[in-house]
Design a protein around this ligand. Structure first.
Ligand code: AMP
Length: 471
């Protein structure tokens, strides 16, 4: 069996009991676009049937034509933005997944990765299930459809009992919306209110956009069922030690969001301050690699007593470099995305802050670009520890072979990126910056300490069996 590495970076949004449900879901997805730029979709319910529209492309491109909302009637809707590096970037792999089965219709939107997906899928196929996509999410739907339990809630509980991994989920049936955060709480998920409607979103920035009032995050392991009788919360699964994903704070979430009990901007700024304490250097200015490096650069500048300048300007009309699936585009990515301001950089000793070094290509090109624009010295500072290990829980990091820090020392990386100096935030510094809301976080991308192993496969996830090239 060829093992593909199911990587998905996604955002989910749902609203229940609102006359403009699908329109507001469109707006919610718009605010979550940074979580996935490859495909998106909305499924609505008019109380009797589900209606869906999914397509490859950005939210504005897919739903910009408002005629589409005529196909999405009803007072409840869920939506999904997706980016996947697995295999096929095809329409069958867009979400929300929507199926009709013996007990009605159901749609599901998923953010995360199911680590025992291959095993469950093989078992289901052996018993005759036919899969339409290569998404791990489809397993959940099959488990629900084949369950003998009476109620939907029981069927969902039983299905998820068999699943291991990272999942923030939204289900929609004709009459109900169900939101779930996995027992380890890897991915964020929050709930809000808009008048008499309930809203659920990956990040609070989506609630802000539609002027919904933020209520709280779902607890790790919490299931919320929303129907005409209101909202019911339950904790039906065995408790686990929560391990929210630290990389959401480092890079993935939007700075205006509130996740895992904290505002992302404030956490990133603190990472920058901490970085300055750990890796101070004689310099004239601090600049950021925009946008993700900006809050940390501001914190660094503040702590180091140096001026923060805009030395690199970003073109906002293209996606995140990394999110471009084609290698050829990635190659030009940095230049397409960033341009230096010579007047800011000329003759200066520059500290440049980015959130992470993955393959090293971005930093190498940026250092070159800054020198070309006249910088006298370039000191690279990274507001997270070296990214050593792939993520199996829903962040797109490449396999170990491509991660420069997996096989090179800090000194070697410094040489490769041609910086005058290089400093990473320490693990302890990172933990200090995120605070004590949770006892621990998933830091597997930095430490290789994976909170959930792959028991059914009998392999250690640190072995790079999940190799993109194998697909
Ligand atoms: P690289 O050129 O591979 O070293 O990429 C580093 C750049 O990618 C940094 O500027 C990060 O902000 C960004 N980055 C890090 N992780 C991700 C990710 N999972 N998805 C998209 N971009 C990322």
């Amino acid at each position: 069996m060829i093992l593909s590495r199911p990587q998905e970076e996604c955002g989910i949004f749902g609203i229940f009991n609102h006359p403009e449900a699908s329109n507001l879901t469109y707006l919610g997805l718009y605010a979550l676009q940074h979580r996935g730029q490859e495909a998106c979709g909305i499924v609505s319910s008019d109380g009797y049937a589900l209606h869906g529209h999914r397509s490859m492309g950005l939210v504005a491109d897919v739903f910009g034509n408002h005629e589409i909302f005529k196909e999405l009637p009803g007072r409840a809707a869920i939506g999904h933005v997706r980016y996947s590096t697995t295999g096929k970037s095809v329409i069958e792999n867009t979400q929300p997944l929507q199926v009709d089965y013996s007990r009605g219709s159901i749609a599901v939107a998923h953010n995360g990765n199911i680590v025992n997906a291959q095993i469950i899928r093989a078992e289901l196929e052996a018993y005759g299930s036919i899969f339409q996509s290569s998404m791990d999410t489809e397993i959940i739907v099959h488990l629900l459809a084949t369950s003998r339990r009476d109620s939907l809630v029981e069927r969902i509980i039983a299905a998820l009992d068999q699943i291991e991994g990272a999942y923030s989920l939204l289900f929609l049936t004709e009459t109900r919306m169900v939101a779930i955060r996995d027992p380890r709480g890897f991915r964020p998920l929050c709930i809000g209110k808009l008048g008499a409607s309930y809203v659920v979103a990956s990040e609070s920035c989506a609630l802000d956009l539609i002027e919904a009032e933020y209520i709280r995050e779902l607890e790790p392991g919490e299931m919320i069922v929303i129907d005409k009788d209101g909202l019911k919360s339950m904790m039906p699964w065995k408790k686990a030690d929560p391990t929210p994903c630290i990389f959401e704070f480092v890079y993935f979430a939007r700075p205006d969001s509130y996740i895992f009990g904290k505002n992302v901007y404030m956490v990133r700024k603190e990472m920058g301050r901490q970085l300055a304490r750990e890796h101070n250097v004689e310099a004239d200015i601090v600049i950021a690699v925009p946008d993700s490096g900006v809050p940390a650069a501001m914190g660094y500048a503040e702590e180091a007593g140096l001026p923060f300048e805009l030395g690199l300007i970003r073109n906002h009309y293209i996606g995140r470099t990394f999110i471009e699936p084609q290698q050829s585009i990635r190659h030009f990515g940095v230049k397409i995305k960033l341009n230096p301001i010579r007047e800011v950089l000329e003759g200066k000793r520059v500290v440049v802050i980015d959130d992470s070094i993955v393959r090293g290509t971005t930093s190498r090109k940026i250092v070159k670009m800054l020198r070309h624009a006249g910088a006298k010295e370039v000191h690279v500072r990274i507001s997270s520890p070296p990214t050593n290990c792939p993520c199996y829980y829903g962040i797109d990091t490449p396999n170990r072979k491509e991660l420069i820090s997996a096989s090179h020392s800090v000194e070697e990386v410094k040489k490769y990126i041609t910086a005058d100096s290089l400093g990473y935030l320490s693990h302890l510094g990172l933990m200090k910056s995120v605070g004590t809301e949770y006892d621990s976080y998933c830091t597997a991308c930095f430490t290789g300490d994976y909170p959930i192993h792959f028991p059914n496969m009998g392999v250690d996830p640190q072995m790079d069996l999940f190799n993109k090239e194998e697909q």
